[in-house]
Write a new protein. Structure first.
Length: 250
């Protein structure tokens, strides 16, 4: 479903550039690399969650922006003000708190889930860096097109991993709701490519990691559920980080 919803977004993006896709070997390699890292990381996450505890896995992979930031600083030589560095650090702490999951009675099997979780961390941290690096030499629209192609190529692996002996919800709350969710994911992914084209990775990536802030605020408004202390700390830190990151460097 993720792959299918990327197709219309890719078509809109390509229409914007009059269907002139970057087709040189470097562009194809970089574009597919971004897509493979994203889709491959997602499949590894599914597998990790089958055997491991979500309350450990999600906070671990939530820190993947730290890898992107390190790569952007040491390889791309991105720089910003001291105040922005404080806000970036605050954002990373907020991301960790916002990804908190209540410990449950999950059946933990072995330690392979930890290996998969670390691989997801590396894949997603590297993906954002490659996306920024690719934007230096190719069109953002081409990057997203190759991301869509990569997702489609990974679809058979997702089907292979699916246990069709288990009940599958083909109704609105299953298939169609998943489609709606992934339309939002696809639009968000396209916007991320554009954001990294025009903005610094050390600023853009921490901001995207604060997305759970919106989820928590909407849930608070709709369901009137007071977040836990840990999530409240994450909310406060996220607001502070966003405010400082929005300030001009001047």
């Amino acid at each position: 479903m993720w792959a299918l919803t990327m197709v219309p977004c890719a078509l809109v993006a390509l229409y914007h550039i009059n269907w002139k896709i970057d087709t040189d070997k470097k562009s194809i390699f970089l574009g597919l690399a971004v897509g493979f890292l994203a889709a491959g990381g997602q499949l590894l996450l599914f597998q990790a969650l089958r055997d491991g505890p979500a309350y450990i896995i999600f906070p671990l992979i939530s820190l993947s922006p730290a890898l992107t930031i390190l790569l952007a600083v040491f390889i791309l030589k991105e720089r910003t003000s001291f105040l922005k560095w404080i806000s970036i650090g605050t954002a990373m702490i907020a991301i960790f708190f916002l990804s908190y999951q209540e410990p449950g009675a999950s059946d933990v099997r072995g330690y392979l889930w930890l290996v998969f979780s670390i691989l997801v961390f590396l894949a997603w941290g590297l993906q954002a860096y490659v996306m920024k690096f690719s934007n230096e030499t190719m069109k953002a629209e081409s990057i997203f097109f190759y991301m869509a192609v990569s997702a489609i190529l990974f679809s058979p692996f997702a089907l292979w991993m699916t246990d069709f002996d288990q009940p599958i919800n083909w109704g609105f709350k299953g298939l169609y709701l998943a489609a709606l969710i992934h339309v939002l994911n696809s639009v968000g992914a396209l916007m991320l490519v554009y954001a990294l084209r025009y903005g610094k990775a050390i600023i853009v990536v921490p901001l995207t990691g604060l997305a759970p802030l919106i989820t928590i605020m909407i849930s608070l408004f709709i369901y009137s559920v007071i977040p836990s202390t840990i999530l409240l700390i994450g909310l406060v830190l996220a607001v502070i980080a966003i405010f400082i990151l929005s300030l001009s460097d001047d």
